[in-house]
Design a protein around this ligand. Structure first.
Ligand code: CO
Length: 210
């Protein structure tokens, strides 16, 4: 049996189990998704959004990329954010990083990774912004510290988007959260939480006509 065939097989078992536990499970999901959360996480296979938060299909709208970045020219992410805010009307956007992140580690080395260099550049920029703090930290703390600072910067990047600013002007959502996940014990820690309407650094603040 091919390794991928095992996935198809266990999928059948999973679907059967869901219906045994909850006969209406798929019928309900077919009709609509109303997740309250948008998750922007790392692509790392050890940080599956639903599994670590104990949430079921239908509860979390998910976008993952290497090192959970919010890059203002990423059309994929911007489309996801716009859909989450405008159509799904999510209440919370969570940026979740994790300790032991390969993307963060790679960005701290001089090694060239081809196309990935351009992506990792965004992390190197976070390092440069916080160079003093990171350089002053003990060696074993540096990667974790950059991981945390990266999450904070990506949450800040959300506040710089017209999508979030416009939503905040209209009402009391979405909350923005920055979390970090520990591979060692499976625990999530909140680093930052920003309430809707929190003032944005004026240089990033847009004026809207309507
Ligand atoms: Co990672």
């Amino acid at each position: 049996m091919k390794e991928s065939d095992k996935l198809l097989l266990s999928n059948k078992a999973w679907a059967r189990e869901r219906v045994e536990v909850d006969p209406d499970f798929f019928r309900r999901l077919v009709n609509q998704q109303r997740p309250h959360f948008l998750w922007i996480g790392c692509s790392d296979s050890r940080v599956p959004a639903n599994e670590i938060t104990g949430t079921a299909p239908g509860e979390v709208f998910v976008q993952r990329n290497i090192a959970n970045l919010v890059v203002p020219t990423d059309l994929n992410l911007l489309s996801v954010i716009e859909y989450a805010i405008e159509v799904l009307e999510v209440e919370h956007i969570i940026v979740c990083g994790h300790y032991g992140c390969g993307g963060i580690k790679a960005a701290m080395t001089p090694r060239s990774y081809g196309a990935l260099n351009k992506w990792l550049r965004n992390i190197k920029d976070v390092y440069r912004l916080h160079r003093e703090e990171i350089d002053a930290a003990p060696l074993e703390r540096k990667v974790d510290l950059l991981t945390e600072l990266n999450v904070r910067e990506q949450v800040a990047n959300l506040t710089k988007t017209s999508l979030v600013q416009r939503a905040w002007r209209r009402g009391r959502r979405p909350w923005l959260h920055g979390w970090v996940y520990s591979l060692a014990d499976g625990i999530l820690h909140e680093l930052v939480s920003i309430a809707p309407g929190t003032p944005v650094d004026p240089i990033y603040q847009f004026e809207f006509d309507e």
